[in-house]
Design a protein around this ligand. Structure first.
Ligand code: ATP
Ligand code: MG
Length: 276
């Protein structure tokens, strides 16, 4: 088992986010100095509740903030040591970084196969595209059986798989996966995460995922960053976070307490010290 220090000091950091601030609509400061590292071949997870800033963090990396009237106003984002803040999402896909957006975003009126093929529209080599499609069907046999179905008439799980499959069609080395468990039954969530693990191990795809489902994410990730109100409040190896009492209490639903955030636990502990 690697230690936190070894994880952090690996020379193969693929993504390095350092002290970024993000502002929406010129005034709303949403990320307040977020830093994180994703080493090559690992699965890292950004965790936290509604509005913590997970999606904003992923969108900052994949440069998808502009459409939301957001911008990175401080800090830096590097891909294998190179600054990428000024690259377009298309440039990033060329460099192997692809984002699967929250809420699946399949084209409802296209078939599953047509959806997958939109992930390879820039590639001319038909043989390569066909091989890629076979690869996707290999990982997602469910999609193969549903290949001619309109996405609108497939299940939520199949749509999530379609969104990941489409991203896979771009031959990524890094996948940013926003809330893959959203709205899915636990068994389907497990199925999706198993495929993520497979892609990580067999295709060597590095993952940064955003999840509210802390339990599932920490089961599959190597490393976790917990966010609250635009800041990372805790980070560590997934195995350590799973056993951390505060994480258990606030995020794994094992404490039965009404307190809901680290901010609260800090003031609670402080209060205990004062009263002692
Ligand atoms: N386009 C926008 N304009 C203004 N504020 C925004 C915009 N998008 C997000 N925000 C705000 O930024 C904060 C962080 O939102 P974000 O979507 O990053 O959170 P999240 O952690 O992904 O939450 P969730 O788990 O609900 O998806 C929230 O307070 C949200 O209201
Ligand atoms: Mg989100």
């Amino acid at each position: 088992m690697v230690s936190k220090e070894i994880y952090m000091s690996t020379p193969n950091i693929v993504l390095n986010v350092s002290g970024i601030e993000v502002i929406y609509n010129h005034v709303i400061l949403v990320l307040k100095g977020v830093s994180l590292n994703v080493p090559d071949g690992k699965i890292a997870a950004v965790l936290g509740g509604n509005g913590a800033g997970k999606t904003t963090t992923l969108r900052a990396i994949s440069n998808l903030l502009k459409a939301e009237r957001g911008e990175v106003t401080k800090g830096s984002i590097e891909l294998r040591g190179e600054r990428i803040e000024n690259l377009t999402p298309a440039d990033l896909v060329q460099r192997g970084v692809v984002q699967v957006m929250e809420g699946r975003h399949c084209f409802a009126h296209l078939t599953i196969e047509e959806n997958l093929l939109t992930g390879s529209y820039t590639r001319k080599d038909k043989g390569e595209v066909a091989a890629n499609l076979e690869k996707v069907y290999n990982y997602f046999p469910r999609l193969k059986t549903r290949r001619t179905s309109q996405a609108a008439y497939t299940s939520g799980g199949e749509q999530q798989m379609c969104a990941i499959g489409r991203a896979l069609m771009t031959n990524p080395s890094v996948m940013l996966l926003d809330e893959p468990s959203m709205g899915l039954a636990p068994q389907i969530v497990e199925e999706v995460f198993e495929i993520v693990k497979d892609l990580n191990q067999k295709e060597k795809v590095t993952f940064l995922l955003a999840e509210q489902n802390t339990n599932m994410a920490l089961k599959y990730a190597d490393y976790g960053y917990i966010m609250e109100s635009g800041r990372i409040v805790m980070d560590g190896l997934a195995s350590d976070l799973r056993n951390n009492e505060d994480v258990k209490e606030f995020y794994l639903g094992m404490g039965g307490s009404e307190r809901k955030s680290f901010k609260d636990v800090k003031s609670y502990k402080r209060r205990k010290r004062w009263l002692a």
